[in-house]
Design a protein around this ligand. Structure first.
Ligand code: HPA
Ligand code: ZN
Length: 334
């Protein structure tokens, strides 16, 4: 019997706005006088039947309009961190979408300070370490990303890196060459979503043009044998999100998810939750689903957990990484 103790892990692909549960969305809507287009929580949950990435993003952007104050962002992140701690997360690298808030008139400082307060509190309460990664919306103009990076400058002490998310197809990584160059010059780490719905070529471009250190998703890279060989050779981590792929119909069923074959090919895979409120589970739920449906064995699960800490941006806290990795080696994977 596999152990019921959650796998000790780092979560590296998590959009904080995608952790907004319907109950909190309605509570914040009431508090802030925002009207939602769904009558109640049940009606909202019924809307969680997505056709593709865009149909999800439409609801994701609509609902996050309830987030207005520093307290709202703190409560949002606090709720996620409590769940994550219960699901074995020792270290969380959290994406946020500043443009989706500043475009609504919410100041950058409000977002960052609210999130940061929750992260500080999670370090005290659960001993959880964390990082913030600000994502640029790739369906917005490159100039908007540049303006957002400029707006972030006073807060760079609280932000570890930059990412790229939102609608992928038609918005290739090269569109953001300049802002990634500037981010690198400011000492920020770089990741990008690529190969979720977009072609393998976008993964190559993210590596070569944007200089990213990890690929978020990268699922479709596996369609290209040459690219797969390169990712293996260079040890590029992929932050896969299996339940997200099923919900957004990137794969037809979880049973057909290539995770197991990707691990066997030597890719540095990690398992993450993406937008857990919308996709049917938090990160341990993703681990449990792939263990049960794909039949992953103890050593495959250990590799996923080990990869998560090896791929984490913990270079300034190597003793912490070593402690987490020792915990993975000591864990009973069943
Ligand atoms: N893909 C791209 N952009 C996103 C996602 C996602 O799954 N979630 C939030 N923004
Ligand atoms: Zn994502």
């Amino acid at each position: 019997m596999p152990s019921s103790v959650p796998v000790p892990k780092a979560e590296l692909h998590l959009h904080i706005e995608g952790t907004l549960e319907p109950e909190l969305a309605f509570a914040l809507a009431a508090r802030n006088g925002v009207t939602l287009s769904h009558d109640d929580e049940l009606a909202l949950r019924h809307a969680y039947a997505f056709e593709d990435l865009q149909s999800f993003l439409n609801l994701y952007y609509e609902l996050m309009a309830v987030l207005r104050t520093e307290r709202d962002f703190e409560e949002l992140a606090g709720a996620y961190l409590e769940r994550a701690a219960a699901q074995g997360v020792r270290h969380a690298e959290i994406f946020f979408d500043p443009q989706a808030h500043t475009a609504r008139g919410v100041p950058f400082a409000t977002v960052v300070h609210g999130l940061h307060r929750a992260l500080e509190s999670a370090r005290e309460r659960y001993g959880m370490s964390s990082r913030l990664i600000m994502c640029f919306l790739r369906d917005q103009p490159a100039e908007s990303a540049l303006a957002t990076l400029a707006e972030a400058e006073p807060f760079l002490g609280l932000i570890t890196g930059v990412g790229l998310d939102s609608a992928e197809v038609g918005n290739p990584p090269a569109k953001f060459r300049e802002v990634y160059e500037k981010a690198a010059a400011l000492g920020l780490r770089r990741v990008a979503h690529a190969g979720e719905e977009g072609p393998p070529q976008y993964v190559t471009e993210a590596l070569d043009v944007l200089g990213v250190e990890r690929i978020d998703h990268g699922l479709r890279a596996f369609e290209d044998a040459g690219l797969t060989a390169r990712l293996v050779r260079e040890g590029v981590p992929l932050t896969l999100c299996p339940l997200s792929n099923v919900r957004l119909r990137t794969v037809d069923t979880l049973a057909e998810h290539p995770l197991r074959a990707m691990l066997a090919a030597g890719l540095k895979c990690t398992v993450n939750s993406d937008d857990p409120s919308y996709f049917g589970g938090y990160v341990e739920d993703n681990f449990r689903a792939v263990r049960e449906t794909l039949g992953l064995g103890p050593e495959e699960l250990r590799t996923l957990a080990r990869n998560s800490f090896e791929a984490a941006f913990l270079d300034d806290e190597e003793e912490l990484r070593a402690r987490y990795l020792a915990e993975v080696e000591a864990h009973d994977f069943g």
